[in-house]
Structures are given as structure tokens and as C-alpha cells.
Design a protein around this ligand. Structure first.
Ligand code: GDD
Length: 249
């Protein structure tokens, strides 16, 4: 029996080339992490690969939630957070399926919360310069300046607010009010961090290198970009009026 205090939530949409590899990479780490895959009815059969791995090898540490259609990254994570909070996990991670986040960095994100007292640890590309490999220059510039823009508008002291490689302590997710989280794409990542910051949680960035996917394709779109652009201003405006919850222990 592989018990663990940590679960890695991996949202998937058409990730059949990456699925088995990412599961094995996480389970090859010295520390035992559990995995929860949230699949949005991927037409390419991603969920079938997960089911086979669960049945044949990893019944006690690999879990799957299947949703009926592509409902967006943000709602996939919220579904995963709720699932994890119904169980005993203390450290709840977000990670992409496509190896743009290196699973070998999971223990460092864990240590930042477990050993160094952070409530949220963020795998950050922008602590020292720009740690991104194989992205088109346009996307590097967009992402980098988006982070500067978010800091400027919101005042948050996090360099990489759009990062999707994150560890949350349980109490953070218990305190954030999921029904008030509105955004789905990059803005979802910003909204989660901004809300945690406004509530008063300690956020620590851990330097990672983000490597563009080799297999499959990105699901981000222009709509998701504009959601982030205008969403940040809305977050800031709402932040003046919203009463943030008190930290639950
Ligand atoms: N369940 C589900 N999963 C999804 C959906 N859309 C994307 N995913 C999954 O979410 C992960 C990231 O999707 P990508 O499409 O590869 O994202 P990206 O453009 O590389 O964006 C990444 O970097 C951004 C910052 O630069 C992050 O903001 C974002 O969260 C993500 O980590 C992948 O595992 C993908 O299969 C969806 O609608 N539903």
C-alpha cells in the first residue's frame, strides 16, 4: 500500500502520447506522490490509458475523474481540488501532462511547503531571467511581460503569476472560496495566486525551467489570452471591494 500526504493533479485533454510517460516519471521519484488525472473526455483515448495503468499496476496511487467534455483547465483543477479535499492529502499539486513541467522538480516544490513553511510554492520561470526552453519568441515575450503586467496592476510579489506548476497546502484550498473563482485559463492561475496573496498566505517561488511540449499540442487560445488581459484588471477592481475570508486552520 502506497500512502502519501501529496497528490499531483494532472488535467488532460488529448495527451495520449504523454500519459503513460508522465505517470511513470512521477512514480519513479523517491518520495511517493499520488496522481489524480482529470480528463475531459479526450477523443484520443487518454482516459483509457489511465484506466489500464490503474488496473494493471497503480490501483493504490493513480486516480481518474472523467468529465464529459472540454470544460477548461480552471474548472478541471477545481474539480481536482474538491476531490483531494474530500481525502486526507496535505499537499496538493498542479502539473501539466506534457513534461513542460519536470516531475523531478516536485520534491523541491514539496520541500518549500513542507520544510520551509510556505503555504503555496510556485514553480517559477522568471526568478532569474527567463527559464523557458523551445517556446517561440512571441510566446516568451508575451508570458514574461504578462507577468510584469500582473505585478504592476495587482501589486502581488510573485514573478510568475501565470505558472501552472504549483503546490498548495490543504488549508489554502480550504480557505479559498471556489465558487468565487471565475476564470478558466491563464487568468485562473493568476486568480488563484492573487486570492491566496490577498488572504495572507505565504507564497514562495522555486526556480524551474519550463520546456515546451514535444508531444501533442497546446490548448491555449486567443480567448484565454484576452481573459487574462482584462481579467487582471477586474481582479484588481474587485479586490478593492471584496471581503476576503480569514485563514482556516
Ligand atoms: N481536463 C482538461 N485539461 C486541459 C484542458 N485544457 C488544457 N488541459 C491540460 O492542461 C495542461 C496544460 O495545457 P496546455 O494547453 O499544454 O497549456 P499551455 O498553453 O502550455 O499552458 C501552460 O502554461 C501556462 C503559463 O505559461 C499556464 O498558465 C497553464 O496553466 C499551463 O501550465 C495539459 O496537461 C492539457 O492537456 C481542458 O479544457 N480540460
Amino acid at each position: 500500500m502506497h500512502t502519501s500526504d501529496s497528490i499531483v493533479i494532472i488535467p488532460t485533454y488529448n495527451e495520449k502520447e504523454n500519459m503513460e510517460k508522465i505517470v511513470r516519471a512521477v512514480f519513479s521519484l523517491e518520495k511517493c506522490f499520488h496522481i489524480l488525472v482529470i480528463d475531459d473526455g479526450s477523443p484520443d483515448g487518454t482516459a483509457d490509458i489511465v484506466k489500464r495503468l490503474m488496473r494493471d499496476e497503480f490501483a493504490d496511487r493513480l486516480f481518474l475523474v472523467e468529465r464529459t467534455g472540454k470544460l477548461g483547465l480552471g474548472t478541471a483543477y477545481i474539480a481536482g481540488f474538491k476531490w483531494a479535499l474530500e481525502r486526507d492529502y496535505e499537499y496538493i499539486f498542479e502539473m501539466d501532462a506534457d513534461f513542460s513541467h519536470n516531475p523531478n522538480d516536485l520534491p523541491r516544490l514539496y520541500a518549500a511547503c513542507h520544510d520551509e513553511g510556505a503555504d503555496v510554492s510556485v514553480g517559477s520561470r522568471y526568478i532569474t531571467g527567463v527559464n523557458v526552453v523551445n517556446w517561440p519568441m512571441g510566446r516568451v515575450l508575451m508570458s514574461y511581460f504578462a507577468s510584469k503586467y500582473v505585478r504592476f496592476v495587482t501589486g502581488i510579489s510573485v514573478n510568475d503569476t501565470t505558472a501552472g506548476f504549483v503546490c498548495y497546502r490543504r488549508r489554502v484550498l480550504q480557505t479559498l472560496e471556489f465558487d468565487k473563482i471565475r476564470f478558466k485559463g491563464y487568468a485562473f492561475q493568476i486568480e488563484m495566486k492573487y486570492t491566496a496573496y490577498r488572504i495572507g498566505f505565504k507564497i514562495k517561488e522555486v526556480s524551474v525551467v519550463f520546456v515546451n511540449r514535444k508531444e501533442g499540442t497546446s490548448k491555449m487560445s486567443g480567448g484565454i489570452f484576452s481573459e487574462a488581459l482584462f481579467g487582471v484588471m477586474r481582479l484588481r477592481l474587485d479586490g478593492w471591494f471584496r471581503k476576503y475570508p480569514k485563514i482556516k486552520n
